[in-house]
Design a protein around this ligand. Sequence first.
Ligand code: ATP
Ligand code: MG
Length: 252
Amino acid sequence: MSALVVLDQVTKAYQGVPAVRCVDLEVERGERLAIIGPNGAGKSTLFGMIAGEHRPTSGSVWFDGKDVTSQRSSRRATSGMSRTFQVARLVSTMTVRENLFLAALTGQRRGVRFWDAFAKRADVWADADAAMVDAGLAGDADTVAGSLAQGARKTLEMAMAIVQRPRLLLLDEPTAGMGYEDARTATAQLKRLLDVRRDMTIILTAHDMEVIHSVAERVVLMANGETVLEGTPHEVAEHATTKALYLGQGDS
Ligand SMILES: Nc1ncnc2c1ncn2[C@@H]1O[C@H](COP(=O)(O)OP(=O)(O)OP(=O)(O)O)[C@@H](O)[C@H]1O
Ligand SMILES: [Mg+2]
């Protein structure tokens, strides 16, 4: 299996009602995939099964050629998955720079022993500072994370996930809850962060078409727990099925 992520006939049911039904999906190494669909389509449930927070009712999940269906999310993180909503990694009383240092240090622990990484902390600071500049956060270096605006906070979370050099980056609704201006700033910064890490595989869920157009190469449309359409962002956005599904969904 050469794809980095493979979902094989994955189903997740809640009290017997399927939220995701028999989904097959392959994500190649280095690919940038967006999963879209109306509210309740099953995007977050599918995402959770890739990250390991939801166990499928049936079917299997493969990462890097290994069956990880029953592996916990912490184990999957150690083998190279990072995601943005792990808010616990963002320490509100620490500065932007310190948070990035901690994330970079955690990332290094995957490859070498903790104390070896700690001994090389000058390199870790250099990594953290480079990520801070790439993310456009240098002006907030000494600001404590807790007092950042929503957009900058999300950007910091993304930069913290990316500085760990994951093989797979999972972004669940990266601009959710932001106002228009914050969302545009966060999108531009995300794009810049991703441009410097071309080898990273990315799966994101989003309603925000600007994020999808600037990050994704392929889009999978879900509805009623199934994948119904896939193509380039332009093909999917312009397709009659997409338009019909989103019709009347004010925020989508
Ligand atoms: N823990 C749960 N218990 C019961 N039903 C759930 C649970 N989580 C999700 N569901 C149901 O599964 C379906 C898919 O939900 P999911 O959150 O995956 O959709 P989504 O595509 O992410 O939607 P949104 O765009 O609103 O985030 C919905 O009908 C939802 O009500
Ligand atoms: Mg969701």
